[in-house]
Design a protein around this ligand. Sequence first.
Ligand SMILES: Nc1ncnc2c1ncn2[C@@H]1O[C@H](COP(=O)(O)OP(=O)(O)O)[C@@H](O)[C@H]1O
Ligand SMILES: [Mg+2]
Length: 552
Amino acid sequence: MSEPPIQPTSPTPRTSTPAPRPSVPKPDSITRRRTPQEELEVLIRARYPIIYVVSWEEERVERCLRTIADSRNKKLLVWTVTQGIVKSGAEPQRSKSTSGNTTDPIAALDAVIDQVEPAIYLFKDFHLFTSGDRCNMQVIRRLRDVAHHVRDTYKSIVIVSPVMNIASDLAKDITVVEFGLPGPEDFNQLLLRIVEDVKDNPQIRINLDGEARERLLNAARGLTLKEAENVFAKTLVLDGKLDADDISVVFSEKQQIIKKSGLLEYCDTPEEINQVAGLKNLKEWLTKRTIAFSDRAAKYGLPSPKGVLLLGVQGCGKSLCAKAIAGLWKLPLLRFDLGRMFSSLVGSSEENIRRAIVTAESIAPAILWIDEIDKALAGSSNGGGSDGGTASRVFGTLLTWLSEKTSPVFVIATANDISNLPPELLRKGRLDEIFFVDLPLEEERQEIFKIHLRRRGRRSSEFNLLELSKLSDGFSGAEIEEAITSALFDSFSRQVPLDTDIIKASLAETVPLSKTMHEEINRLRNWAAGRARPASGVVARVMEDPRRKIEL
Ligand SMILES: Nc1ncnc2c1ncn2[C@@H]1O[C@H](COP(=O)(O)OP(=O)(O)O)[C@@H](O)[C@H]1O
Ligand SMILES: [Mg+2]
């Protein structure tokens, strides 16, 4: 995959306008990162004809535009598919009768041309007509005409959409602004408003000193303004007060929201690192970094680790390790379902991944676990041409964040295959290390037997571990575990104690994946040699071809 065509530059817009020459010193107002509102105002004043705002928060965008419209003496008109063009803030029922026939997108665009007064038009629902199933070529054509027309007027069109979905014909006429999620200052404004609203109610107490307030505002990061408002309201209803204790309510509410978004999932079953057999190098590397996120480490001058990629054979403990790191470092583990994001269920956009990142950062220090990253990418490129662009943009967002991130969010990505992995991910600087997780060697298999027998309440000294490990050559950890479980079923049904022979029989019935997939595994080993660090501390070896070579 090549470098993604569009990089996330929030809240700086992506335009085709050439950047100013670097030699000219830039005033502070240009170099400083502008807020989305400032950004919108600059674009409107510079008369960019069509601005496409990516945000879930229509209300927040509308409020922001209203402020701009008021300060510039313009009208703010809002178009929706059900009401047509109405004045911002108009009551839904009443406005219907006065809207004429502007519910049709082309009629609405005509109305924009006819209108002469300075105005900002906020188009909601409009993205449905410019791409996807309902994409309408006439609407796109008309929009381009209008773009041309409004350039010389005091009118601007703002399209707000939760997803970045622009037909390629429109790419040059549209400027994209990523609105991003609200920051602590937005939440602070919200809090001030709530305090103002409830100040006459004697039953409600708000008790937030400087530090508690800051923590509460930080805890809300990752929520939309509406969601934060709901959470604050909920805490007030629950106990009539808003104080430091409510930070935990915000966190638990965030778990709900994380679940609903369908992208991130809290894994509250961390494993202990001593439940992972073998993988000595990897475990040492991780153990050394146990206190890496502490203040003490930062003061010492240690950078916080960025992340690792665990690449290797299926069933050899990669996912297990991700959970074990959370247990070892005692940090929350967030599983990021990249595959699901590419499915139509959640809607694909960089905004989704940005939200996942902000959420992870808001509970940092935390571990962000991207399991089977290769599968997600393979799935996304099979989904048709248009999806390929989304996948690379989403991936671009992730990569940019990885190389720029300063927040203590540690990323663990796992992959079974390299063919779908973009080379950028493997480049130095993005992640700290790539570990190759191979099939377990003999001593490692002994350890795996020991761990899994103990887990099931058996004394490992009663089994011939050496014999079992010799017989399980080529087995993955998962397959060894499976053999033990099936032996347990055997012994249970025969009502005899589990012993080495029963496990041996169960091993004999299993054909390990490495037999059928030895070519893939070899390919992986060859790739990993020299590029990745062996997780087990033993140099990866090339598996011998079990087939006899015959010269004819
Ligand atoms: N090195 C290992 N030590 C202990 N158990 C292992 C090991 N490798 C695999 N297993 C067992 O196999 C199961 C599946 O492994 P998993 O971590 O999901 O593999 P993958 O590498 O495909 O992510 C684990 O939950 C664990 O019970
Ligand atoms: Mg796995």
